[in-house]
Design a protein around this ligand. Structure first.
Ligand code: SAM
Length: 311
């Protein structure tokens, strides 16, 4: 397993397989990806995964854009299932799951995260620019039926829009045996961040008071998991969070085949696809090592920063 300059091992690859999306969520960070000029084929994705699994990567997350917009998404999943890969999961808006969940499961997808910020149809339209809430709810049922479990619901908490809906979402998720992920809004596209960002401290205090147990997912950015009398809630707090960065163990891959060391930056990408296309596997391996080498916590501890400035 590769360890970066800050002592963090790399066990996961988050692959954005397309920049296209059928939603236009006003806050979307588009996985921090610049516009793409090329798109990886399933075989190329498979080749890259084979290379990174040789370096100890065990978990693959497929995302987008909307990954289910790709006609060949089942092939992408099948290509991702490789020796050494323990889990292939996907983040989706769920709209196409009613047609695709079973096939994806048969191709080797382990589980899904489904983005759902609200159960209120009007708010849903305001956030996503679509009237697809009923379709997403069908998608959730399809994922459960296809045993893409545990299904996690991704809820970005937005001040002035859905922050009062957290309890309703906990009930909705727990009644169906799902895990609710509360996600702090990340400031990447600048749109409406000030208006809708909220720190999740108060929500976390309330969860802590109600929890029968609280766990920390060390290998997942030190996220807290609150086990409630009914249901489970995970909290993702990336903003100005040194622990989030200190416990980050994954690299990203853009739709056009660049390794991306950090969600928040685009000035340190490493081209791996060109090497794979040229059949230069040694070059592709070097690209992976280079990307790991370029990793750096985005939010650093003050003391650590002082150290860095001193040398
Ligand atoms: N289209 C898919 C979906 O809707 O899940 C996958 C791509 S989407 C960019 C992946 C996840 O990022 C979603 O759960 C979405 O809510 C989250 N996300 C997007 N922009 C965000 C932001 N500015 N802050 C926090 N989370 C964000």
């Amino acid at each position: 397993m590769l360890i970066d300059r800050y002592g963090r091992s790399i066990n996961g690859l988050r692959i954005s397989v397309t920049e296209n999306c059928n939603f236009s969520c006003f806050y979307c960070h588009r996985e921090g990806c610049p516009d793409s000029s090329r798109e990886m084929t399933p075989d190329e994705i498979g080749n890259i995964i084979r290379i990174v699994s040789g370096f100890g990567v065990e978990k693959i997350k497929i995302t987008g854009g909307e990954p289910l917009l790709r006609d060949d998404i089942v092939d992408v999943v099948a290509a991702s299932v490789q020796p050494g890969i323990k889990e292939v999961s996907m983040t989706t808006n769920g709209v196409f799951l009613p047609d695709k969940a079973q096939e994806l499961s048969e191709a080797g997808l382990s589980r899904v995260n489904i983005s759902l910020d609200t159960l209120d149809a009007e708010k849903f339209s305001k956030i996503t620019g679509t009237d697809s809430l009923p379709r997403v709810l069908e998608g959730i049922e399809a994922a459960l039926e296809a045993r893409l479990v545990p299904v996690k619901l991704n809820m970005v908490v937005l001040r002035g829009i859905n922050e009062k809906e957290v309890d309703r979402m906990i009930d909705f998720a727990s009644e169906r045996g799902m895990i609710l992920q509360l996600i702090e809004l990340v400031d990447l596209n600048g749109e409406d961040f000030q208006a809708h960002h909220m720190a999740l401290d108060e929500i976390e205090r309330d969860l802590a008071a109600r929890a029968v147990a609280v766990r920390t997912r060390r290998l997942m950015q030190s996220r807290k998991r609150y086990l409630l009398p009914r249901g489970e809630v995970e909290v993702v707090r990336p903003m100005h969070n040194t622990k989030f960065c200190a416990h980050c163990h994954r690299l990203r891959l853009t739709p056009d085949g660049y390794l991306k060391p950090c969600l928040m930056r685009n000035d340190n990408l490493v081209d791996i696809l060109s090497h794979v296309r040229a059949g230069n596997l040694d070059g592709a391996r070097k690209a992976f090592v280079e990307a790991v080498e370029r990793r750096e916590p985005y939010f650093k501890r003050a003391a650590q920063e002082r150290c860095v400035h001193a040398v």
